[in-house]
Ligand binder design. Structure first.
Ligand code: PMP
Length: 437
């Protein structure tokens, strides 16, 4: 079991869960793409600090100073982790969703936004108040670039534009050609924001190298599950935007006017968008995860994930009922995320059987990427798919990363094979959207 030697040990590997079929088993968490477990190192760093937290930026006392130092040092750590340029800003948010919504409030007037229909809803939806162009799903990385180039070529010159693109799909795990898309955006005078929610936990992300203008990611997918996210990149749009939240911390000076109203001078640094008492423990955890990943390097993790992907694919290669979902082809480079459907099975029931009968946690559904999953399942991207009696519109996703033991993936492969061959030992029905035996 390689995880024993892994440089990135994680917590929560010894949770015992009961099986409906009797007995109990160690839980196999194969849902890293939703939330990854905490790294031991993150947990240790949080535990060492937790008794001493204080108010950030507001207190003269020792614990306030300690917290302020940790908070500001975390910005430096994250900027290093993302290889930011001089002058870039790191804004702490709650999550990727929060980061992209923040950026959406900072768009200059008249900004057009270009986004592929294949995006996670966090990347797809925040721009609805801007002029958004939704681009059709490409069937290769090359076509993604030409689709974007064509769309950008048609726009009015000298007007602001933003491209929003994922680095790795949360549905297929496939890597998108970020550097090429950034070059295309810039060649047409547009900016680009990278949704790195799924990329950052698996690959190094260099803002400088990829030449993206902003990057967003979430702590809880990066082994730091304490409710913190990041938006990092160019300061200019953020500096002139209205504060994302109005309140203390974002305001430099507030004065009462003669006419009874108030005048506010807002900060122009990251604090402008961080009103209120920040999640200092979450931010500390993100910085700790960034340090741990940087020290361990991503090569071992990427190689390990490839090995596990191969184990799933090879283990199920002779099970024709299992169909993996991909846009760019089964062999396209990807992170440790695979989605599939099983012919003749309702995906939610299949996932319920994996949990109840084998103690395996995967995700089922449309993965907050409805147009993409609809397209991959053969339906119209915008429309409803007619579903057969045993098939509702949903897929199953298995995902892994640091600390995933061989046994979890072996059990998953065995479980899928047995379920396809023998059927579930229990009957599952859907109640209030949840599957119950
Ligand atoms: N983008 C992608 C690609 C994701 O996978 C996710 C999470 N599933 C998000 C954005 C949103 O992340 P969060 O829920 O942490 O805001």
């Amino acid at each position: 079991d390689r995880s024993v030697r892994a440089p990135l040990p994680v917590l929560g590997r010894d949770v015992t869960v009961p099986l409906v079929t009797g007995g109990e088993v160690t839980y196999a968490a194969l849902d890293y793409a939703a939330s990854a477990p905490a790294l031991q190192r993150v947990w240790d760093d949080v535990a060492a600090y937790a008794p001493y937290y204080g108010s950030v930026h507001r207190g003269a006392g020792y614990l306030s100073q300690l917290s302020t130092d940790l908070f500001e040092n975390a910005r430096v750590t994250v900027a290093g982790f993302l290889d930011c340029r001089a002058g870039d800003q790191v804004v702490f948010t709650r999550s990727t969703t929060d980061s992209l919504n923040l950026l959406a409030t900072a768009l200059p007037d008249g900004c057009e936004v270009f986004v592929f229909e294949t995006e996670h809803h966090a990347s797809l939806l925040p721009w609805r108040e801007a002029r958004v162009r939704y681009l059709d799903a490409p069937d290769s990385p090359r076509q993604a670039v030409t689709t974007l180039e064509r769309a950008l070529a048609g726009r009015a010159p000298h007007t602001p534009a933003l491209v929003c693109v994922t680095g790795a799909s949360n549905v297929t795990g496939e890597l998108w050609p970020v550097r090429e898309l950034a070059a295309a955006a810039h060649a047409h005078g547009a900016r680009i924001v990278l949704d790195a929610a799924q990329l950052a936990p698996h690959h190094p992300v260099s803002v400088r190298d990829l030449d993206v203008d902003w990057v967003a990611f979430s702590g809880h997918k990066l082994y730091a599950p304490f409710g913190s996210g990041v938006l990092a990149g160019r300061a200019d749009w953020l500096r002139t935007a209205e504060p994302y939240l109005a309140g203390g911390g974002a305001s430099r000076k507030v004065t009462r006017r003669a006419d009874g109203g108030v005048d506010v001078e807002w900060h122009d640094g990251a604090a402008r968008h961080e009103a209120g008492s920040p999640n200092v423990i979450g931010v500390h955890a993100v910085a700790s995860a960034c340090k741990a990943l940087t020290e361990a390097g991503f090569d071992g993790l990427a190689a390990r994930e490839e090995e596990l992907i191969r184990a799933v694919r090879d283990g199920l290669a002779d099970v024709p009922e299992v169909r993996f979902l991909s846009l760019f082809g089964d062999d396209a480079p990807r992170v440790g995320v695979l989605s599939f459907v099983v012919d003749g099975w309702n995906s939610s029931h299949f996932a319920a059987a994996l949990s109840a009968e084998y103690g395996i946690g995967v995700r089922d559904g449309l993965f907050c990427a409805h147009p993409l999953v609809r397209r991959l399942l053969g339906g119209e991207p915008g429309g409803q798919v007619e579903c057969g009696a045993t098939e509702s519109l949903a897929a199953i996703r298995v995902s892994f990363g640091a600390g995933t033991p061989d046994e979890h993936v072996e059990r998953f492969v065995r479980a899928v094979r047995e379920l396809v061959r023998d059927g579930a030992r229990w009957t599952y029905r859907t109640e209030d959207g949840r599957c119950v035996p």
